[in-house]
Write a protein that binds this ligand. Structure first.
Ligand SMILES: Nc1nc2c(ncn2[C@@H]2O[C@H](COP(=O)(O)OP(=O)(O)O)[C@@H](O)[C@H]2O)c(=O)[nH]1
Ligand SMILES: [Mg+2]
Length: 369
Protein backbone atom coordinates (compact mmCIF):
# COMPACT_ATOMS: atom_id res chain seq x y z
CA UNK A 1 0.00 0.00 0.00
CA UNK A 2 1.28 3.46 -0.88
CA UNK A 3 2.12 5.75 1.99
CA UNK A 4 0.11 8.97 1.88
CA UNK A 5 2.42 11.73 0.73
CA UNK A 6 0.12 14.68 0.28
CA UNK A 7 -1.79 14.89 3.55
CA UNK A 8 0.30 15.41 6.68
CA UNK A 9 -1.14 13.65 9.74
CA UNK A 10 -3.84 15.65 11.47
CA UNK A 11 -3.39 16.60 15.08
CA UNK A 12 -6.47 15.76 17.12
CA UNK A 13 -6.80 18.05 20.12
CA UNK A 14 -8.88 17.21 23.18
CA UNK A 15 -10.98 20.01 24.72
CA UNK A 16 -12.35 19.67 28.23
CA UNK A 17 -15.41 21.83 28.76
CA UNK A 18 -18.01 22.48 31.43
CA UNK A 19 -20.88 22.93 29.00
CA UNK A 20 -21.88 22.84 25.33
CA UNK A 21 -21.38 26.55 24.64
CA UNK A 22 -18.05 26.39 26.47
CA UNK A 23 -16.85 23.53 24.22
CA UNK A 24 -17.95 25.25 21.02
CA UNK A 25 -16.31 28.53 22.09
CA UNK A 26 -13.01 26.80 22.97
CA UNK A 27 -12.90 24.89 19.67
CA UNK A 28 -13.74 27.93 17.56
CA UNK A 29 -11.16 30.07 19.40
CA UNK A 30 -8.35 27.56 18.94
CA UNK A 31 -9.09 25.89 15.62
CA UNK A 32 -11.34 28.32 13.79
CA UNK A 33 -14.65 27.72 12.03
CA UNK A 34 -13.50 24.77 9.90
CA UNK A 35 -12.63 22.57 12.88
CA UNK A 36 -13.76 18.96 12.57
CA UNK A 37 -15.27 17.33 15.63
CA UNK A 38 -14.45 13.64 15.78
CA UNK A 39 -15.91 12.63 19.11
CA UNK A 40 -17.82 13.93 22.11
CA UNK A 41 -17.98 12.08 25.39
CA UNK A 42 -18.96 12.77 28.94
CA UNK A 43 -16.14 12.43 31.46
CA UNK A 44 -16.87 10.44 34.56
CA UNK A 45 -16.44 12.53 37.73
CA UNK A 46 -13.88 11.06 40.11
CA UNK A 47 -14.80 9.86 43.59
CA UNK A 48 -16.64 12.30 45.79
CA UNK A 49 -16.30 15.11 43.26
CA UNK A 50 -19.36 13.73 41.48
CA UNK A 51 -21.46 14.93 44.44
CA UNK A 52 -20.83 18.61 43.81
CA UNK A 53 -19.33 18.96 40.34
CA UNK A 54 -21.44 19.01 37.21
CA UNK A 55 -20.16 16.46 34.66
CA UNK A 56 -17.58 17.71 32.16
CA UNK A 57 -17.29 16.77 28.55
CA UNK A 58 -14.35 15.96 26.34
CA UNK A 59 -14.52 16.94 22.68
CA UNK A 60 -11.87 15.74 20.23
CA UNK A 61 -11.40 18.07 17.30
CA UNK A 62 -8.85 19.00 14.68
CA UNK A 63 -8.29 21.55 11.99
CA UNK A 64 -7.88 20.04 8.53
CA UNK A 65 -4.37 20.88 7.25
CA UNK A 66 -3.72 22.80 4.08
CA UNK A 67 -7.07 24.53 4.31
CA UNK A 68 -6.81 28.12 5.53
CA UNK A 69 -9.46 28.79 8.17
CA UNK A 70 -10.82 31.88 6.48
CA UNK A 71 -11.04 30.45 2.94
CA UNK A 72 -13.80 28.39 1.36
CA UNK A 73 -17.10 27.28 2.80
CA UNK A 74 -16.81 26.86 6.54
CA UNK A 75 -18.10 23.34 6.90
CA UNK A 76 -16.77 21.75 10.07
CA UNK A 77 -18.89 18.70 9.32
CA UNK A 78 -17.47 17.70 5.95
CA UNK A 79 -15.47 14.83 7.47
CA UNK A 80 -18.54 13.48 9.15
CA UNK A 81 -20.44 13.72 5.87
CA UNK A 82 -17.71 11.75 4.09
CA UNK A 83 -17.74 9.12 6.81
CA UNK A 84 -21.50 8.80 6.52
CA UNK A 85 -21.31 8.51 2.74
CA UNK A 86 -18.72 5.74 3.12
CA UNK A 87 -21.03 3.93 5.55
CA UNK A 88 -23.91 4.22 3.05
CA UNK A 89 -21.74 2.79 0.27
CA UNK A 90 -20.58 -0.08 2.46
CA UNK A 91 -24.18 -0.70 3.30
CA UNK A 92 -25.24 -0.84 -0.34
CA UNK A 93 -22.52 -3.34 -1.22
CA UNK A 94 -23.19 -5.44 1.89
CA UNK A 95 -26.84 -5.70 0.85
CA UNK A 96 -25.96 -6.63 -2.68
CA UNK A 97 -23.75 -9.49 -1.49
CA UNK A 98 -26.15 -10.73 1.15
CA UNK A 99 -28.65 -12.53 -1.02
CA UNK A 100 -28.58 -16.26 -0.35
CA UNK A 101 -24.84 -16.59 -0.81
CA UNK A 102 -23.23 -19.77 0.39
CA UNK A 103 -20.65 -19.06 3.07
CA UNK A 104 -17.22 -20.15 2.01
CA UNK A 105 -15.82 -23.14 3.82
CA UNK A 106 -19.19 -24.81 3.92
CA UNK A 107 -19.65 -25.38 0.22
CA UNK A 108 -17.45 -28.49 0.22
CA UNK A 109 -19.05 -29.94 3.28
CA UNK A 110 -21.34 -32.74 2.14
CA UNK A 111 -23.80 -35.01 3.79
CA UNK A 112 -21.32 -37.85 4.35
CA UNK A 113 -20.38 -36.60 7.84
CA UNK A 114 -23.95 -35.90 8.90
CA UNK A 115 -25.41 -39.38 9.05
CA UNK A 116 -26.72 -40.76 12.32
CA UNK A 117 -25.31 -44.10 13.45
CA UNK A 118 -28.27 -45.87 11.79
CA UNK A 119 -27.25 -44.36 8.46
CA UNK A 120 -30.21 -41.92 8.18
CA UNK A 121 -28.89 -38.43 7.48
CA UNK A 122 -29.97 -35.71 9.90
CA UNK A 123 -30.05 -31.92 9.73
CA UNK A 124 -26.87 -30.40 11.10
CA UNK A 125 -27.49 -26.70 10.71
CA UNK A 126 -29.11 -26.44 14.16
CA UNK A 127 -25.65 -26.68 15.72
CA UNK A 128 -24.36 -24.01 13.36
CA UNK A 129 -27.22 -21.72 14.40
CA UNK A 130 -26.47 -22.30 18.07
CA UNK A 131 -22.78 -21.63 17.61
CA UNK A 132 -23.66 -18.35 15.87
CA UNK A 133 -25.53 -17.19 18.98
CA UNK A 134 -29.09 -18.57 18.84
CA UNK A 135 -30.40 -20.07 22.06
CA UNK A 136 -31.24 -23.80 21.68
CA UNK A 137 -34.96 -23.07 21.96
CA UNK A 138 -34.86 -20.67 19.00
CA UNK A 139 -32.51 -22.85 16.93
CA UNK A 140 -35.02 -25.64 17.52
CA UNK A 141 -37.86 -23.45 16.25
CA UNK A 142 -35.93 -22.75 13.05
CA UNK A 143 -35.21 -26.46 12.61
CA UNK A 144 -38.89 -27.30 13.05
CA UNK A 145 -39.73 -24.81 10.30
CA UNK A 146 -37.09 -26.29 8.04
CA UNK A 147 -38.26 -29.83 8.58
CA UNK A 148 -41.90 -28.82 8.13
CA UNK A 149 -41.16 -27.34 4.72
CA UNK A 150 -38.32 -29.59 3.48
CA UNK A 151 -38.90 -32.90 5.28
CA UNK A 152 -36.74 -34.90 7.69
CA UNK A 153 -34.07 -35.71 5.12
CA UNK A 154 -31.70 -32.78 4.75
CA UNK A 155 -30.14 -31.64 1.48
CA UNK A 156 -26.74 -32.95 0.39
CA UNK A 157 -24.48 -30.28 1.81
CA UNK A 158 -24.35 -28.24 4.97
CA UNK A 159 -24.06 -25.15 2.81
CA UNK A 160 -27.49 -25.90 1.32
CA UNK A 161 -28.88 -26.40 4.81
CA UNK A 162 -27.50 -23.03 5.77
CA UNK A 163 -29.09 -21.30 2.79
CA UNK A 164 -32.41 -22.80 3.87
CA UNK A 165 -31.86 -21.79 7.50
CA UNK A 166 -31.10 -18.22 6.46
CA UNK A 167 -34.28 -18.13 4.48
CA UNK A 168 -36.25 -19.59 7.44
CA UNK A 169 -34.80 -16.94 9.77
CA UNK A 170 -35.67 -14.21 7.26
CA UNK A 171 -39.23 -15.56 7.26
CA UNK A 172 -39.35 -15.13 11.04
CA UNK A 173 -38.26 -11.47 10.91
CA UNK A 174 -40.78 -9.07 12.41
CA UNK A 175 -41.19 -6.17 9.99
CA UNK A 176 -41.82 -2.62 11.12
CA UNK A 177 -45.46 -1.70 10.62
CA UNK A 178 -46.06 0.34 7.46
CA UNK A 179 -46.86 3.43 9.51
CA UNK A 180 -43.63 3.19 11.49
CA UNK A 181 -41.37 3.43 8.44
CA UNK A 182 -41.34 7.18 8.03
CA UNK A 183 -39.40 8.78 10.84
CA UNK A 184 -41.22 12.14 10.82
CA UNK A 185 -42.48 13.17 14.22
CA UNK A 186 -41.46 12.75 17.83
CA UNK A 187 -39.19 9.91 18.95
CA UNK A 188 -38.61 9.00 22.57
CA UNK A 189 -35.67 6.75 23.43
CA UNK A 190 -35.99 4.76 26.63
CA UNK A 191 -33.96 2.07 28.32
CA UNK A 192 -31.43 1.33 31.02
CA UNK A 193 -28.68 3.86 31.80
CA UNK A 194 -25.64 3.37 29.59
CA UNK A 195 -27.51 1.43 26.89
CA UNK A 196 -26.60 4.07 24.30
CA UNK A 197 -29.79 6.16 24.04
CA UNK A 198 -28.08 9.53 23.80
CA UNK A 199 -25.45 8.20 21.39
CA UNK A 200 -28.23 6.84 19.14
CA UNK A 201 -29.96 10.22 19.07
CA UNK A 202 -26.66 11.87 18.07
CA UNK A 203 -26.13 9.31 15.28
CA UNK A 204 -29.72 9.60 14.02
CA UNK A 205 -29.44 13.39 14.08
CA UNK A 206 -26.10 13.36 12.25
CA UNK A 207 -27.61 11.34 9.38
CA UNK A 208 -30.77 13.47 9.23
CA UNK A 209 -28.95 16.78 9.36
CA UNK A 210 -25.78 16.09 7.37
CA UNK A 211 -27.07 13.81 4.64
CA UNK A 212 -30.72 14.72 4.40
CA UNK A 213 -30.49 18.34 5.59
CA UNK A 214 -33.60 17.97 7.70
CA UNK A 215 -34.85 20.28 10.44
CA UNK A 216 -34.72 18.67 13.86
CA UNK A 217 -35.43 19.54 17.46
CA UNK A 218 -34.29 17.88 20.68
CA UNK A 219 -35.55 17.88 24.25
CA UNK A 220 -33.15 16.70 26.94
CA UNK A 221 -35.59 16.05 29.76
CA UNK A 222 -35.08 14.96 33.34
CA UNK A 223 -36.97 11.93 34.62
CA UNK A 224 -36.96 10.66 38.17
CA UNK A 225 -33.22 11.42 37.95
CA UNK A 226 -31.46 14.33 36.25
CA UNK A 227 -30.47 13.99 32.61
CA UNK A 228 -26.76 14.81 32.63
CA UNK A 229 -26.11 14.11 28.93
CA UNK A 230 -24.31 17.38 28.27
CA UNK A 231 -22.62 15.81 25.23
CA UNK A 232 -26.00 15.79 23.49
CA UNK A 233 -26.31 19.56 23.82
CA UNK A 234 -22.79 19.99 22.43
CA UNK A 235 -23.54 17.80 19.47
CA UNK A 236 -26.84 19.57 18.79
CA UNK A 237 -25.08 22.91 18.91
CA UNK A 238 -22.53 21.66 16.38
CA UNK A 239 -25.29 20.39 14.09
CA UNK A 240 -27.41 23.50 14.55
CA UNK A 241 -30.27 21.65 16.22
CA UNK A 242 -32.22 23.53 18.92
CA UNK A 243 -32.33 21.79 22.30
CA UNK A 244 -34.63 22.40 25.23
CA UNK A 245 -34.39 21.24 28.81
CA UNK A 246 -38.13 21.34 29.55
CA UNK A 247 -41.20 20.25 27.65
CA UNK A 248 -43.30 23.37 27.30
CA UNK A 249 -44.83 24.24 23.97
CA UNK A 250 -44.62 20.85 22.22
CA UNK A 251 -43.35 20.03 18.74
CA UNK A 252 -42.66 23.13 16.56
CA UNK A 253 -44.27 23.15 13.13
CA UNK A 254 -40.99 23.52 11.20
CA UNK A 255 -39.25 20.50 12.78
CA UNK A 256 -39.89 17.25 10.96
CA UNK A 257 -37.72 15.09 13.21
CA UNK A 258 -37.86 15.46 16.98
CA UNK A 259 -36.22 13.55 19.81
CA UNK A 260 -36.73 13.30 23.52
CA UNK A 261 -33.63 12.16 25.40
CA UNK A 262 -34.35 10.76 28.86
CA UNK A 263 -32.16 9.49 31.68
CA UNK A 264 -31.86 5.74 32.01
CA UNK A 265 -34.17 3.75 34.22
CA UNK A 266 -33.23 0.65 36.19
CA UNK A 267 -35.32 -2.12 34.65
CA UNK A 268 -35.93 -3.61 38.13
CA UNK A 269 -37.46 -0.36 39.41
CA UNK A 270 -41.11 -0.67 38.42
CA UNK A 271 -42.14 2.62 40.04
CA UNK A 272 -39.48 4.53 38.02
CA UNK A 273 -40.77 2.82 34.87
CA UNK A 274 -44.31 3.80 35.84
CA UNK A 275 -43.21 7.41 36.31
CA UNK A 276 -41.58 7.34 32.88
CA UNK A 277 -44.82 6.03 31.42
CA UNK A 278 -46.67 9.07 32.77
CA UNK A 279 -43.99 11.38 31.39
CA UNK A 280 -44.28 9.80 27.93
CA UNK A 281 -48.08 10.04 28.01
CA UNK A 282 -47.69 13.76 28.73
CA UNK A 283 -45.74 14.21 25.47
CA UNK A 284 -48.71 13.29 23.26
CA UNK A 285 -48.23 11.33 20.03
CA UNK A 286 -44.75 9.86 19.86
CA UNK A 287 -42.86 6.74 18.91
CA UNK A 288 -41.06 4.99 21.72
CA UNK A 289 -37.85 3.08 21.02
CA UNK A 290 -36.40 0.76 23.63
CA UNK A 291 -32.60 0.88 23.48
CA UNK A 292 -30.79 -2.24 24.67
CA UNK A 293 -27.11 -3.09 24.93
CA UNK A 294 -26.90 -6.19 22.72
CA UNK A 295 -23.56 -7.21 24.22
CA UNK A 296 -25.40 -8.19 27.42
CA UNK A 297 -26.32 -11.81 28.06
CA UNK A 298 -29.59 -12.84 26.42
CA UNK A 299 -31.55 -13.58 29.65
CA UNK A 300 -30.77 -10.06 30.87
CA UNK A 301 -31.78 -8.53 27.52
CA UNK A 302 -35.08 -10.39 27.58
CA UNK A 303 -35.72 -9.43 31.22
CA UNK A 304 -35.09 -5.78 30.31
CA UNK A 305 -37.44 -6.00 27.32
CA UNK A 306 -40.11 -7.52 29.56
CA UNK A 307 -39.71 -4.85 32.25
CA UNK A 308 -39.88 -1.99 29.75
CA UNK A 309 -42.95 -3.46 28.06
CA UNK A 310 -44.91 -1.50 30.70
CA UNK A 311 -44.14 1.47 28.41
CA UNK A 312 -45.77 1.91 24.99
CA UNK A 313 -42.65 0.59 23.21
CA UNK A 314 -42.92 0.52 19.39
CA UNK A 315 -39.62 -1.12 18.52
CA UNK A 316 -36.07 -1.86 19.62
CA UNK A 317 -32.69 -0.29 18.91
CA UNK A 318 -29.79 -2.64 19.62
CA UNK A 319 -26.44 -1.08 20.49
CA UNK A 320 -22.86 -2.08 21.33
CA UNK A 321 -22.90 -4.60 18.48
CA UNK A 322 -19.21 -3.81 17.88
CA UNK A 323 -18.61 -5.58 21.20
CA UNK A 324 -20.67 -8.61 20.23
CA UNK A 325 -19.04 -11.01 17.77
CA UNK A 326 -22.03 -13.37 17.66
CA UNK A 327 -24.72 -11.46 15.81
CA UNK A 328 -26.87 -14.59 15.78
CA UNK A 329 -27.77 -13.46 19.30
CA UNK A 330 -30.00 -10.80 17.78
CA UNK A 331 -32.43 -13.52 16.70
CA UNK A 332 -33.08 -14.35 20.36
CA UNK A 333 -34.45 -10.85 20.77
CA UNK A 334 -36.41 -11.08 17.50
CA UNK A 335 -37.90 -14.45 18.42
CA UNK A 336 -38.13 -13.88 22.17
CA UNK A 337 -40.07 -10.56 22.14
CA UNK A 338 -42.98 -9.08 20.23
CA UNK A 339 -41.02 -6.07 19.03
CA UNK A 340 -39.59 -5.31 15.62
CA UNK A 341 -35.93 -4.25 15.65
CA UNK A 342 -35.48 -0.82 14.04
CA UNK A 343 -31.78 0.03 14.20
CA UNK A 344 -28.46 -1.67 14.80
CA UNK A 345 -25.83 0.54 16.37
CA UNK A 346 -22.25 -0.59 16.54
CA UNK A 347 -19.83 2.15 17.46
CA UNK A 348 -19.12 4.50 20.27
CA UNK A 349 -18.25 7.36 17.97
CA UNK A 350 -20.74 9.64 16.27
CA UNK A 351 -21.76 9.32 13.44
CA UNK A 352 -20.39 5.76 13.63
CA UNK A 353 -22.48 2.83 12.53
CA UNK A 354 -26.21 3.30 12.91
CA UNK A 355 -28.06 1.25 10.34
CA UNK A 356 -31.61 0.13 9.78
CA UNK A 357 -31.98 -3.43 11.03
CA UNK A 358 -32.63 -5.99 8.30
CA UNK A 359 -32.35 -9.78 8.32
CA UNK A 360 -29.78 -9.60 5.49
CA UNK A 361 -27.52 -7.32 7.50
CA UNK A 362 -27.65 -9.60 10.53
CA UNK A 363 -27.18 -12.80 8.53
CA UNK A 364 -24.17 -11.38 6.69
CA UNK A 365 -22.42 -10.68 10.00
CA UNK A 366 -23.71 -13.85 11.62
CA UNK A 367 -22.25 -16.08 8.89
CA UNK A 368 -19.30 -14.16 7.48
CA UNK A 369 -18.07 -15.28 4.07
N1 LIG B 1 -18.73 0.29 22.00
C1 LIG B 1 -19.86 1.00 21.96
N2 LIG B 1 -20.07 1.95 22.88
C2 LIG B 1 -21.23 2.63 22.82
C3 LIG B 1 -22.21 2.38 21.83
N3 LIG B 1 -23.26 3.22 22.05
C4 LIG B 1 -22.93 3.96 23.13
N4 LIG B 1 -21.71 3.60 23.60
C5 LIG B 1 -21.02 4.13 24.77
O1 LIG B 1 -21.75 3.71 25.92
C6 LIG B 1 -21.75 4.72 26.90
C7 LIG B 1 -23.18 5.11 27.23
O2 LIG B 1 -23.77 5.72 26.08
P1 LIG B 1 -24.94 6.78 26.22
O3 LIG B 1 -25.41 7.11 24.85
O4 LIG B 1 -24.54 7.90 27.09
O5 LIG B 1 -26.03 5.88 26.98
P2 LIG B 1 -27.42 6.32 27.64
O6 LIG B 1 -27.17 6.38 29.11
O7 LIG B 1 -28.36 5.19 27.30
O8 LIG B 1 -27.84 7.60 27.03
C8 LIG B 1 -20.95 5.89 26.33
O9 LIG B 1 -19.63 5.77 26.79
C9 LIG B 1 -21.02 5.65 24.83
O10 LIG B 1 -19.90 6.20 24.16
C10 LIG B 1 -21.93 1.35 20.85
O11 LIG B 1 -22.74 1.02 19.96
N5 LIG B 1 -20.75 0.70 20.98
MG1 LIG C 1 -28.23 9.43 27.98
Amino acid sequence: MKAPTQNPPVQVIPFIAESAPDAVAQIRAKLGPDAVVVNVRQLPADGLAKLWKSPRIEVLAYKPDGKPAAVGIADPLSELKQELQAIRQQLASANAGAVADSPRGLTQSTRSGGARSGGVPSWRVGEVLESSGLMPVHAHRVMERLQASHGDIPPESLAEELVMARSALTGLWRHLPELGRSDRGLHVLVGPAGAGKTTCICKWLAQARLIEGRAAHVWRLDGSTANTAEALSVYCEILGVPTERTWTSGVPLEADLCFVDLPGVDWRNSSAIHEMKKLIEGLGASRVHLVLNAAYEVPLLLAQARAFSALPVDDLILTHLDEEPRWGKIWNVVLGTNYPVRFLSSAQNVPGDFLPATPERILTRQFPA
